[in-house]
Design a protein around this ligand. Structure first.
Ligand code: NAD
Length: 237
């Protein structure tokens, strides 16, 4: 399967690694050359670490890397069967990229967004064939997090939804199909976690480090709310 990833930042580079590991032919696209270079060297480091840990061998590292090419022209994604967009969280910019992309790809190509919170129906509305649009929402870091939310918009065809779910399962992920509502499932449930933590801080009950430590040691969370907000990035969350 040919997979085009749009945006080679935190999420795009992780999703590219997942797809390449599943033996897809991946083209990772970004307008920023520096971001492409960073994605390439970050993947080298990650795979070397996996070799050190004994999880993969050099042959596997080479296989994954040879499945990915780095491109700076959206037209290069024209032979994609599936594209997943992971650029800046801005509806107008995403819509512009989607409508341009549609002029290059075949009619069968699925055009997906990894948006955390924007309406998939609004993004789909930028396409001539909105039934090919779907949300495919990975969590950070994509190669480690098992869950992926798949979000059909009101326009999404059943065929596109079914194909998307099958593909993500083939990539060894656990799929949750969610309705196209703000925050989908996980981010919606997580909002009160962040919100209450901010309130606890604002009321002077404890500082950031104490709240994080309490949630980790008593609450059993892997990361405290402030650590998690920093990790995800408040601008994209
Ligand atoms: N960071 C997270 O934890 C997380 C988790 C799930 C989903 N998301 C979503 O994934 C998307 C990307 O988030 P991120 O954290 O990877 O962002 P990021 O800032 O790390 O990467 C975005 C990349 O997109 C590129 N870009 C920006 N505009 C572009 C354009 N018009 N064409 C091509 N490339 C462009 C940038 O150069 C950058 O490399 C957002 O929609 C975000 O909501 C983020």
């Amino acid at each position: 399967m040919n997979v085009g990833i749009i945006g080679s930042g935190t999420m795009g580079s992780g999703i590219a690694q997942v797809a390449a590991t599943a033996d897809c032919t991946v083209k990772l696209y970004d307008t920023n050359q520096e971001a492409l270079g960073k994605a390439k060297s970050a993947l080298e480091k990650i795979l070397l670490r996996l070799i050190e840990k004994g999880r993969i061998n050099t042959e596997e590292k080479n296989r994954i890397q040879s499945n990915i090419s780095y491109v700076d022209n959206l037209k290069d994604l024209s032979d994609s069967d599936l594209t997943i967009e992971a650029i800046v969280e801005n509806l107008n910019i995403k819509k512009k990229v989607f409508s341009e992309l549609e002029t290059y790809v075949s009619d069968d190509c699925i055009i997906a967004s990894n948006t955390s919170s924007l309406s998939i129906a609004s993004i789909a509305a930028s396409l001539e064939r909105p039934e090919r649009c779907v949300g495919i929402h990975f969590f950070n870091p994509a190669p480690l997090m098992k869950l992926v939310e798949v979000i059909p918009a009101i326009q999404t065809s059943k065929e596109v939804l079914d194909k998307s779910v099958k593909t993500i399962k083939d990539w060894k992920k656990v799929v949750a199909v969610a309705k196209d509502t703000p925050g989908f499932i996980v981010n919606r449930v997580a909002r009160p976690f962040y919100g209450e933590a901010l309130r606890v801080y604002e009321e002077g009950i404890a500082d950031f480090a104490t709240i994080d430590a309490a949630m980790k040691s008593v609450g059993g969370f892997r990361m405290g709310p402030f650590e998690l907000m920093d990790f995800i990035g408040n601008d994209v969350n």
